[in-house]
Design a protein around this ligand. Sequence first.
Ligand code: SF4
Ligand code: SF4
Length: 437
Amino acid sequence: MMEKLSRYNHFFQMVDTFRVVYNALSGAVVRMTPQHFDPLIEQGRSGEWQKLPGSVLGMLREGGMLVPGDMDELQKVRDRYREKRRATNTLSLTIAPTLDCNFACPYCYESRKPGKMDRKTRNQLLDFTRDKLETGGKLSVTWYGGEPLLVPDVVITLTNEMRKLASKKAATTDFSMVTNGYLLARPIAEKLSAAGVREVQVTLDGPPEIHDTRRKLRDGGATFTVILENLKNAVDLFETVRVRVNLDLENRHAWKRVKEILKEAKLLQHVKLSPGMVEVVSDTDASYRDACMDAGRFSDVLVNWMLESYHEGRRDALKLPRMPVCGAVSENAFVVSPDGALTKCWNDVGNPGKAIGHVSNPHGFNGNSEKWKNFNPVDWPECRDCDMLPICMGDCPDRLMRLGPGPACTRWKHCLREAVILHTLSRIKEEKHGKTG
Ligand code: SF4
Ligand code: SF4
């Protein structure tokens, strides 16, 4: 049978002595000499690649870079995406027990509202969970807000109740929390951990002189010192502690100082630090638009980040991209507001006009759910023809629907080359260490 080169191949020159081919659909990387690489980069325009040695063709076949001539790879991408979206063995809930917050961050897109999830709504949410969770499946819950630790009683009680409910259905659980970290004092952290919260994510936007001008209390008070102290006291209680650094044009290098501070505090080896991009997603934060980076600028940050990670031997920070499937377009994923309203996208939490239904009715979703159900990046001609499609899928569905391809394109478009090369170099380093013992 005739074979063809995959449309999702990416060719990168590494050093003088060898090259890499990366396939965005399989995720495989094949290393080769320039002599074998050069006929390939013509991508079938000449048939020269067919004369490559059988061993090289075998590697390419195994890596999904060489596929049967009649294979419809676009259909394969569609099928894989559909399958992932329809998977119902995991129920993913992002729960905002309150929309109130003790912080006043300038880039926040949420409208603050006092109040918390009441007992009636909590019971309805438990019934909803019972209905949607498959026996033997998995319950994945992310506590979110507002600031969830303003109402720790709701979080702890519901986590305990949901864990028991899941156990009756022989389902596994995975509880995590996104918090600003200010109220994560040891006694609360102990209770969260005992209830089953395994992962927390806090945010530091730079050293105190930067962080405290951005992530301040509503009365303007500083928060950095308290958060760092809380981290020191709570880090041993959770399986994973993430520290995110929200970056924009003003603080785009601040992650370096956060890293140094965490190192000085002997925390760096215990946390997963990652840079994040501040984005404007609604009218609430529209005034912040000029301060934001676009994906290209943010990719420069990521390249620096990956380079440092490579030099430090931190392979976990050099993972290759995989097909992203946002909960907003997944069948069994929901965002729950304090009043029990259900939305699909995190950006819509607390927005009644965007709700798709209510926890009291697990099967009655309204017309707002249609745009998420019908979302398909392949509907955009640019995405259909894009060689990044399997690792982008329109990236954030909300962004793609609002802005279209171009502004919505994945950051990998700007830094895939560096990611693949550094990932490969780190593998080579590891293999060498393996060999020398
Ligand atoms: S659609 Fe975009 S903003 Fe909404 S939850 Fe998904 S990734 Fe986040
Ligand atoms: S959003 Fe951009 S990078 Fe992503 S698949 Fe579409 S065209 Fe490609």
